[in-house]
Design a protein around this ligand. Structure first.
Ligand SMILES: O=P(O)(O)OC[C@H]1O[C@H](O)[C@H](O)[C@@H](O)[C@@H]1O
Ligand SMILES: [Fe+2]
Length: 185
């Protein structure tokens, strides 16, 4: 094997507290208008539509989206709610069923996971807690705190993002404000 055929190693600085990455590419920036249908309180969606807040963004290292590659991202979900529902990601299945590794690094969040047959699990992701999302589980992350929720994600380069089934059917549970905390309803 010659060096010409080999990709060079890559090193990236990750700011675990803020989610900043260096070097990075901003690959996701989702505002409310990009996912308004995901929230159940229609009046609250309408009330927030004018401001159209940024709900979350993700930074990615320069890894090819190909089989055998491990893509890694820092995702930052802002604190906030639409009605009683916390800011969250759209959520997706992988096109090629494959696992994903998560590590909470700042703030207070959780990941909701759901199989195609409707089984649901919710795991909290405080800083230092790793969650493994096995193949076949759709996943959505939620900020249940008052600070930005930051996590590292690692997934296969050929996993792909399948949003259609979640856009159509949603998740069977919602993560809702409950006093100072949250409940899964
Ligand atoms: O793709 P979304 O459901 O909008 O979530 C935003 C991002 O969250 C995490 O970083 C996942 O690992 C990414 O694959 C995903 O793109
Ligand atoms: Fe994923």
């Amino acid at each position: 094997m010659t060096l010409e055929n080999l990709q060079l190693p890559l090193a990236t600085m990750l700011d675990l507290a803020s989610g900043d990455m260096d070097p990075y590419a901003l690959v996701v920036e989702r505002r409310l208008s990009h996912m308004a249908e995901a929230y159940h309180d229609r009046a609250a969606v309408t009330a927030a539509a004018g401001e159209d807040p940024v709900i979350y963004r993700a930074y990615e290292a320069d890894v090819p989206h190909e089989a055998s590659q491990l893509v890694y991202r820092m995702t930052i979900i802002e604190p906030g709610r639409i009605g009683d529902e916390f800011y969250m990601t759209k959520g997706h299945h992988h096109v090629v069923d494959s696992g994903e590794f998560y590590l909470g690094t700042a703030g207070t969040g959780a990941v909701v996971m759901q199989t195609r047959s409707g089984e649901v699990r919710v795991e909290e992701m405080p800083p230092g807690r790793a969650v493994y999302v096995p193949p076949g589980w759709a996943h959505r992350s939620v900020n249940v705190g008052t600070e930005p929720f930051v996590f590292l994600a690692v997934f296969f380069g050929n996993a792909g993002h399948d949003y259609a089934s979640i856009e159509r059917d949603g998740f069977a549970v919602r993560v809702l404000a409950d006093g100072d905390g949250y409940r899964v309803g």
